[in-house]
Every structure is written in C-alpha cells, then in structure tokens.
Write a protein that binds this ligand. Sequence first.
Ligand code: SF4
Ligand code: SF4
Length: 317
Amino acid sequence: MKTTIYFRGSLSSCNYDCPYCPFSKNIDSRETLAKDHLQVRKFVDWVKQQDRQLSLFFNPYGEGLTHLWYRDALVELSHMPHVSKVAIQTNLSANLDWVGQLNPLTAAFWVTYHPGQTKEERFLQQCHKLYTHNVPFSVGSVGVKSSFDSIASLRKNLPSNVYLWINAFKDKADYYSDEDMVWLAQIDPYFSLNAQDYNSLGMPCRAGESVFYVQGDGRIKRCYKDRQVIGNLYRDGLEAIAKQRPCRMNQCDCYIGYIHMESQKLEHIYGEHILERIALWEGSYIERNSNMANRPPQFGENDNSLGARCDFTGTSG
Ligand code: SF4
Ligand code: SF4
C-alpha cells in the first residue's frame, strides 16, 4: 500500500500578508528557523532510510521555498527511487533557478495565487519557469469575491491546459450567490466538490492507515483536522501506528483531507496527481502526455493557447 505523508515543521512565517491568513507577515525567530531546518533535514534522512513507496507533501504554515532547506529537500527527495511524489504548497514567489535540479517525474507544485500580493505578470512568469522545466503544477486561488476579477484574468492568461482550482471561502455562511456558483464552476469545473463539507463521522478514511500528518518533531496525527496524536514517526515508525481508523470528526471540509475518504474516489479526476491537485481532463497537459511519462510539453507545443505563452513571458501587450 502506498503511504502518503504530509509534513509540517515549525515554520510559521511568510513573505506575503494575505488578509485571510493567520501567518501573514509573521516573523520567525532565528531559533525557530534553525529548528525548522533541522526538522526538515531529519525528515529527509528518515525518508532516505525507508524502503516503502512514499508520496510526500510539504504544507508549511507559511512559505517554505524562500528557505534553502526546503528547496534542497525537494531536490534530494525527488531523486530517491522509493519516493513516487514530492510536492509542496507554495505561493511561488521564491527564486526558481534551482527547479532544473528536480526530478520532474516525481516533483510537483501546488501553487496558490494571491492577488494583491504579487502582480499577475510576475506570477505567470514564475509558472512559466515550472512549465519550461516540465515540473507538474496546479494553480489555484482562494475564492473571495474581491479576487474574482483577478481570478478571471489569471484564467484568461494561463494556458488553457493548466488546471486552475478555486478554494471555496467558507468563513461566511451563504457567501456565494447562485450566479457566483455558476461562474466559479466555469473557472474550476470541480469547484462544487470543494464548496461542500462532507459528513465524515465514522466514515472510512485512509488517514491514520496509509496517510499521515507528521509534525516537525515527529508527532503523527491522522489528518489536518483531528488533533489526536497517534504516535511518533521517529520513535514508533509507521508500521506500529498504521491501522484502520474511522473518522472522528463531524465533517471534513478541506481538499487535503476529503481526498482521502474512501467514499470519495477522486482518483478518476486527479489520477497520480491528486496530492498536488492537478485535474486530468482531456486536453490537460498531463493527460495529453500521459504516454510521455507525465511530462508536460514545452509551453505552447501543439497547443492552441500559444498566445498565452506570450502572456507568461510578459512580452505580449
Ligand atoms: S501566501 Fe499563504 S502562507 Fe503566505 S500569507 Fe498568503 S495564505 Fe498565508
Ligand atoms: S475524513 Fe477528513 S477529518 Fe476525517 S479522518 Fe479523514 S481527513 Fe480527517
């Protein structure tokens, strides 16, 4: 059975200050950053010693790629033969000169666009770098109404074969009108999957059995929501901890959780790219090139969205 590990170290700072985020412009002390560095290093060393197939996902509280140790970890992990996936959630603001060192067959990015924090042109240039290095990525944004115009513009200027997801804003009840829902579904055909919360109490879920949430110090929880600690990676190992665990929460409301519910069966939408949230529809750059070991084509190759290439490079008017 393939094992998925989400890893989150002590980092809780970011170079952006999104109004909807508790980590915006938080500044970590030198000690905290050093601790996070050691935690990431220890995790990479642990992975190196394993012989089971692993899919790994870094979801830091904040931005990891502005720190060298996350970039190094991704490169190193992507080349380990038993690592079938290593992905990270990122705002993609960091220097990307290093992405050519990644193994594009295993590395992937979950990229979030935060209008107001970066210019669209700069963001598209960053995406273009991933594209030209054949590193798979999804792009998404938080569906707050103040971002609708920016989301529409991004959708227009991203190549049509790059999936753009929208995270439903759930902090306010009845936030979206029927019209909003129709529009959002035009941007992200799977928006309705994210807009709902799933009744999960007692339901079978792979969390705690083949999916684990590991904290920097090795403490393991089953998922993003259930705070119960079920063991320690470095003390107990996964074999001793893994077992079927029905969900203890009333509802599962986040993509990184509900994709692991047995009842969801979302692999038909995302296939092997479910962790980094790349939907595989006919024409998506991953699907179209599945017989090319999942490598995306060079930007614009055989692609009607060639005009968008210019937008990516910022050279078109
Ligand atoms: S980029 Fe992400 S982590 Fe940083 S402030 Fe925005 S939402 Fe928070
Ligand atoms: S259904 Fe969601 S909340 Fe429940 S255990 Fe699975 S991931 Fe966690």
